[in-house]
Design a protein around this ligand. Structure first.
Ligand code: FE2
Ligand code: FE2
Length: 178
């Protein structure tokens, strides 16, 4: 494990229960709000997966993990990504918030030992989505927008819900359009 991750986990006694360990990891780093958000997105992703016939267990796990890189403050994310040899796009350099999806993916793999590439990829594109996105990518992307991390109702929610009655892809597009 990279020393950056070893430092983040050395004082944590993991239980072996993934859901509990993600909550433990986030609360240890004073990110209880994000822990709640991740659990909410996991539940929402499971709900959407059952409707749109994606793998509900994979969707839930990707939801739990999607924002674990919140433990790195925004102004450290580019440096940490470079240290971890993550490819950094010019857009990410300008707007580092969006690189947290790639950081979460690497952390899911290296800290939480996730090997399912579908789960890792869905975590890795949950903010921007990607060309040729999979059903699971779209489930996690939309779940994160429905169970958003801010107070109150998302301003796009009515349009998003209306689009979801047509298809999951329409739902994902309505958010991108917003
Ligand atoms: Fe995120
Ligand atoms: Fe999120």
């Amino acid at each position: 494990m990279h020393s950056i991750f070893r430092n983040l986990t050395q004082n944590i006694e993991f239980t072996g229960d993934l859901k509990q360990d993600i909550q433990l990891f986030l609360s240890t780093h004073n990110c209880t709000k994000t822990a709640e958000h991740c659990m909410d997105v996991g539940a929402e992703a499971r709900r959407l997966a059952l409707i749109y016939e994606a793998d509900p267990d994979a969707a839930e796990i990707a939801g739990w993990l999607h924002d674990i890189s919140i433990v790195f403050p925004n102004n450290q994310r580019i440096a940490v990504s470079r240290e971890l040899q993550i490819e950094i796009l010019p857009e990410e350099e300008i707007f580092p918030m969006i690189i947290h999806q790639k950081l979460s993916k690497v952390m899911a793999r290296d800290i939480f030992k996730i090997t399912d590439t579908e789960i890792l990829d869905a975590v890795g594109c949950h903010t921007t989505l990607r060309a040729h996105s999979t059903l699971l990518d779209q489930v996690v992307f939309v779940a994160d927008k429905i169970a958003w991390d801010q107070p109150g109702e998302p301003p796009y929610i009515q349009e998003l819900n209306r689009s979801l009655t047509i298809s999951l892809t329409h739902g994902a597009f309505s958010y991108i359009d917003f």
